[in-house]
Write a protein that binds this ligand. Sequence first.
Ligand SMILES: Cc1cc2nc3c(=O)[nH]c(=O)nc-3n(C[C@H](O)[C@H](O)[C@H](O)COP(=O)(O)OP(=O)(O)OC[C@H]3O[C@@H](n4cnc5c(N)ncnc54)[C@H](O)[C@@H]3O)c2cc1C
Length: 520
Amino acid sequence: MLDMQRRKAMQKLALLGGGMALFPTLDAQAKMLEKDVPKWDEEYDAIVVGSGYAGTAAMLSMMDRGLKNVLMIDKMQYMGGNSSISGGSYAMSRTSIQKENGVMDDPEMHIKDTLKSGHNLNNPEMVRIMAYEGLDAFNWLVENGVKWKLFSRSGGHSAPRNHSVGVGSYITRPLQEQIIKRGGQQRTRIIMDELVYNDKGIVMGMKVREKYEFKFDRTFDENDNKTGKVKYYRANAGVIIATGGWAADPKVRQIFNPALTPDMPTTNHYGATGYTIEKLIKDDIDLIDMQYIQIMHVTSADEDSFGFGFRTITGGYSYGMMINPKTGRRFINEIADRRICSDAIFAMNEKGKNHPLLIMDVNGAKTVEIDALQRGIEAGAVYQFETLDEMITKFNVNKEAFLDELKKYNAYVKTGKDPEFGRTFFKYKDEYITIEKPPFFVTRPGPKIHHCMGGVRTTVDCEVFNKTGKIVEGLYACGEVTGGRHGYNRLGSNSVVDCIVFGRRAGFAIAERYQKMVRS
Ligand SMILES: Cc1cc2nc3c(=O)[nH]c(=O)nc-3n(C[C@H](O)[C@H](O)[C@H](O)COP(=O)(O)OP(=O)(O)OC[C@H]3O[C@@H](n4cnc5c(N)ncnc54)[C@H](O)[C@@H]3O)c2cc1C
């Protein structure tokens, strides 16, 4: 039934010309066997690889269920991966914050939005789990010291349900503090090179390199990095892979999606390489949706990486208008999801020679945190103008067409109807926001490669499948390294909830395996 639905959705997508590239098979090679391990240097009840949202949630959750002798490793000099630099926004309905803001929302609406954005290629059971269990996970984060600071709506969500801590390290750090406080071990500069299997194909531990020196060069192939000292760690109840995505790896992302050329910028941290997924492919681990790699539209063409302009750009999409400076006209519903917006920008920006302008007036800018606005201005990603004429001159805007477009836009906002693009307008503090009052704040969105929707295929309890469809005993995966939750396109703020919900499930599952082993 599920396969049937999926096939139908893929056929529909093929008609739209989207994402049907079949990814090449990287060959399975001999797995590392326990009999080839010279000696186990260290022994743990369980090991987590990766210290982002998924890894920290898994680690703390297995400790919640009684595991003590546990280790979390990360190859980088710092903990947290993409999670710690992310926006830390968590999409959830029925939270106390939503209630305080009088928002009508429920998990079914969240599910509907997520499936729509994923073109129904998502695993519906996993989406349901995310939308329903996410509230419990949200409250669990609060119990562990996480403080939500911002509340908003982001593209593709039909209600305001974005809860943000400001930056992701305000989630990973409190979780790491809890791990340490409760006796868990976490260590950096240790890279997992190979999983070690026994002769029945059960994961027994891993080969690692300690004192690993990551090379901060986006063009460098991590397979060529031979630094560090080899050690073998035994993991009695198994291993959780929480190694994140590979959007920063020009080679691997292009294998799966040839349109993503190496020159394209990314929002990801340097460590988001394909090193680990390549290892898993060699171990014959099954994958899903690998060709779906997301491009993000809230980043600025005027700065590298994720940068500082993103909050102003996010505000601009909700409370401003976006135009093509050459035509002076709008070209897309500004609040469409990130895939639709990114595609529309690529279609007009002449390979980065004609960036769109996203314009808000002073009232629109009030929806953005003042320090975020200021940081964006200081970083050169947000422009401030006292008059629209200044903006027109600076960006060589088609003046006559733009002024006509602006008049139309303001009329649409006032009537609440956008007959051209079908956009919904939101109120801020009971007011609809037109573009009339100076100063004007302008950004130039420049989409960047952002998120891997595909990855390791798992059960809802994070057990990993191999290519023959069998579960690999002792192996679990969660977070961005896995596929299935997001389908064709991930909605903003849906990754944190995915990582925390399924990170916890992975932690519970490995704890259960441990308890069974102890009892038998
Ligand atoms: C700039 C930015 C902003 C974002 N904002 C949001 C947001 O606001 N809301 C939202 O929902 N999503 C957001 N996302 C997406 C989300 O942050 C990521 O999907 C999420 O952080 C992935 O978490 P993870 O735990 O799976 O992986 P990561 O956080 O990337 O952690 C994986 C870790 O594994 C380590 N690792 C990899 N391989 C090995 C190995 N072999 N041995 C040892 N260690 C290894 C890596 O070094 C890394 O530290 C954002 C992403 C970015 C890049």
